[in-house]
Design a protein around this ligand. Structure first.
Ligand code: ATP
Ligand code: MG
Length: 391
């Protein structure tokens, strides 16, 4: 019996490229990833040909979806500029082609860090219709609690009366399925668009809803952008005051590109109090400033430990480092979240503390932070003076 992958390949051989060649003979296909009935691959074409290829992408997706045993399909179409094809287009810089989206042309324009037009503002990426502000929760270092903070911050904003959505942009290690105990798959609307999963009154989207949790995510550069762009632009987000984006850790090329492609109103930096995490936080701040995304402030997570038995406080990672760093860098300090057993246990159980213990001390802290973040992104619409700092 042929494997699903063979059947997918045979199906793709029956899909014609714009020149009439079998898709499998065009050299545009990435590796085809099949896990548990879910199919994922990308088609990479010359940036100028993206529009002609969109019907091919759609056809490929539809034909694979019609195969028996297929649970979901995601075909990403990405455009790449060939080296030397124009001053504004650096060699092999990934360019995104959101499939069929109205914002496609604007979002597909290549941008180079630091180059004119790279900055947010009039020349920045197109917004998402219906979505007011998009804010990123980021850190230079991994494991500092970004995802935990992102979920609880989103809930805090919701408690302030805002309509909030959550986008899990950590395509390498999505956290939202676990943090919000989401196991169902998003439904499609009208064949191509996805309906987000709604939790605690908030629409949520994560690549983790489409692939198994244990599947290692290996992405080629251009696929990163298409996956993110599709989650932004091909999901029925509805009307939102604010979308909270849980970013992957680090300040590498992928993060920088994301910071440029997503029309961010501002970034919230999460750090633990230690020096090492703060150095990374500084890098994160420098990165966002380089692409003119306002830094809304720093949150010190795992700030202190209050013993649940005796109430004694211990500063496991130190305390106050992020506040001092925020002052030094001239960015707002948004608040301290203690290292608490409760926060970890609730996160791991998919029951975030702000939703499940709204009257508890931690929910209060997150709501206070949310109020400062809200004031920050509302003020961020006004242009701020640029401050240059060394990473
Ligand atoms: N304030 C806190 N108190 C106790 N545990 C916490 C706190 N914040 C986060 N954690 C725990 O720390 C671990 C890492 O948190 P989380 O996944 O949110 O970090 P992250 O920065 O998003 O990680 P990554 O860089 O891998 O995306 C989780 O087990 C989480 O429950
Ligand atoms: Mg995370």
């Amino acid at each position: 019996m042929a494997s699903i992958k063979d059947e997918v390949l045979a199906t793709l051989a029956g899909v014609a490229s714009p020149e009439g060649k079998p898709l499998t003979a065009t050299g545009t296909l990435s590796e085809i990833v099949v896990t548990d009935g879910k199919v994922f691959f990308s088609i990479t074409v010359d940036a100028d040909a993206v529009e002609q290829w969109e019907p091919v992408r759609e056809r490929a997706e539809a034909d694979i979806r019609a195969l028996p045993g297929i649970r979901s399909v995601l075909v990403a179409l990405t455009g790449e500029r060939a080296a030397g094809s124009g001053a504004a287009a650096p060699p092999r810089r990934p360019q995104t082609a959101p499939a069929g989206g109205a914002g496609g042309a604007a979002a597909a324009r290549p941008r180079e860090p630091g180059a004119p037009g790279a900055a947010h503002g009039p020349a920045g990426p197109a917004g998402i219709p219906g979505v007011g502000a998009i804010i990123a929760v980021a850190s230079g270092k991994g494991g500092v609690g970004k995802s935990t903070v992102a979920v609880n911050l989103a809930l805090g904003l919701r408690d302030l009366g805002l309509k909030v959505g959550i986008l899990d942009a950590d395509i390498y290690g999505p956290s939202m399925p676990k943090l919000l105990a989401i196991r169902e798959r998003p439904q499609t609307v009208g064949g191509t668009r996805l309906k987000p999963i709604v939790r605690h009154g908030m629409p949520v989207m994560s690549i983790g809803f489409l692939v198994e949790e244990e599947t290692p995510m290996i992405w080629r550069g251009p696929m990163v952008m298409s996956a993110l762009t599709q989650m932004l632009r091909e999901v029925e987000w509805g009307t939102l005051d604010v979308m909270v984006v849980d970013m992957p850790p680090g300040t590498g090329d992928a993060q920088l590109t994301m910071a440029q492609q997503v029309p961010l109103k501002g970034a919230v930096i999460v750090s633990t109090p230690q020096d090492l995490a703060l150095i990374d936080a500084r890098r994160g701040i420098a990165m966002f400033r380089r692409v003119n995304v306002p830094v809304l402030g720093i949150i010190e997570n795992m700030s202190m430990f209050i013993c649940p038995h005796c109430g004694t406080r211990s500063d496991i990672f130190g305390h106050g480092g992020a506040r001092r760093e925020a002052e030094r860098l001239g960015v707002p300090f948004l608040g301290e979240v203690p290292l608490a057993m409760d926060i970890r246990e609730k996160s791991d159980a998919g029951a975030p503390v702000v939703a499940t213990e709204p009257d508890g001390p931690h929910a209060k802290i997150f709501r206070e932070i949310a109020a400062r973040v809200r004031d920050g992104f509302m003020a961020a619409s006004r242009p701020a003076p640029q401050i240059v700092i060394e990473a």
